[in-house]
Design a protein around this ligand. Structure first.
Ligand SMILES: NC(=O)c1ccc[n+]([C@@H]2O[C@H](COP(=O)([O-])OP(=O)(O)OC[C@H]3O[C@@H](n4cnc5c(N)ncnc54)[C@H](OP(=O)(O)O)[C@@H]3O)[C@@H](O)[C@H]2O)c1
Length: 258
């Protein structure tokens, strides 16, 4: 049984986390890949979910129901961020969990990046974190409870020769750093901040033809499954003393050379 499901079962049977059935989560970038997996599992677990992406409605990838609300739009926009947060509070009364998952990876040598690349990476990865996190954190602070999880990238700590993508370091590195800063800033307010730093995950971000090369980027010689990222989100939800942490999910790549 996957770890996340074990944690869900433990949380429910122990009564330690009995409100789990009515918890409310926001997941950005939820139309496919990791975000979709997180939103699906949260719904299965009993959460109410506000799912965002630019095309989340037309994607039709999440199971419809009373516990799911969709907000279309670019999460880099402060208006969209406000719509997302307003939807959670307006429809479900509060926000317990925000997963900042929407992100882009633009693999290029540093000197070939264009202004448009720089803008896209900065907007999606940083602005897409900033506005929605500000709004969610200020709501959570009032309730003295909440958890914000960022999806970063193992490239931040483990750059790899032959895999150039330094805009990820520039942007996701900032998210990893701010995870600690905000964990400290909000600790007395009952709001936690953590990050999950995956290696290569098997999502639509990567064509199947690249898998053989990408497998070599982990000592375990495989890609991570989406379910393994989802398990970590659920684990962190059940681990209230973990705060300000960046958890690597890369088969050990961050630990050294192999
Ligand atoms: N896959 C990996 O190997 C890997 C490794 C390390 C880290 N990550 C990180 O994990 C996260 C998810 O990756 P993934 O592989 O699942 O990506 P993906 O398959 O490309 O999916 C990205 C999701 O984000 C949405 N999105 C993109 N730009 C957006 C924006 N400006 N506003 C709102 N939604 C936006 C997309 O939907 P729309 O097109 O509908 O907007 C889609 O739902 C990203 O932050 C990525 O950097 C991935």
């Amino acid at each position: 049984m996957p770890l996340g499901r074990q944690m869900e079962r433990r949380a429910t049977s122990s009564g330690l986390d009995s409100p789990v059935r009515t918890k409310v989560a926001i997941v950005t970038g939820a139309s496919r890949g990791i975000g979709r997996g997180i939103a699906e599992r949260l719904l299965e677990t009993g959460y109410c979910v506000v799912a965002n992406s630019r095309n989340i409605t037309s994607a039709k990838t999440l199971p419809p129901g009373d516990r799911l609300k969709l907000v279309d739009g670019d999460i880099a926009s402060s208006d969209i961020a406000k719509q997302v947060v307003d939807s959670a509070i307006g429809n479900f009364g509060r926000i317990d969990l925000l997963v900042n998952n929407a992100g882009v990876f633009i693999p290029k040598p540093f000197t070939e990046y264009t202004t448009e690349d720089f803008r896209k990476a900065t907007e999606t990865n940083l602005w897409g974190f900033f506005y929605v996190s500000q709004l969610a954190a200020s709501h959570m602070r009032l309730r003295k409870s909440g958890h914000i999880v960022n999806i970063t990238s193992s490239i931040v700590d483990q750059p790899v020769a032959g895999l150039t993508g330094s805009l990820v370091n520039l942007t996701k590195g900032g998210l990893e750093s701010v995870t600690g800063a905000l964990a400290i800033e909000f600790a007395r307010d009952g709001v936690r901040f953590n990050s999950i730093s995956p290696g290569v995950v098997d999502t639509p971000m990567h064509g199947v033809e690249a898998h053989e090369f990408l497998k070599q980027l982990s000592p375990l010689n495989r890609l991570a499954e989406i379910a393994e990222v989802v398990d970590l989100v659920l684990f962190l939800e059940c681990a209230p003393f973990i705060n300000g942490e960046v958890i690597h999910l890369d088969g050990g790549a961050h630990a050294g050379k192999w």
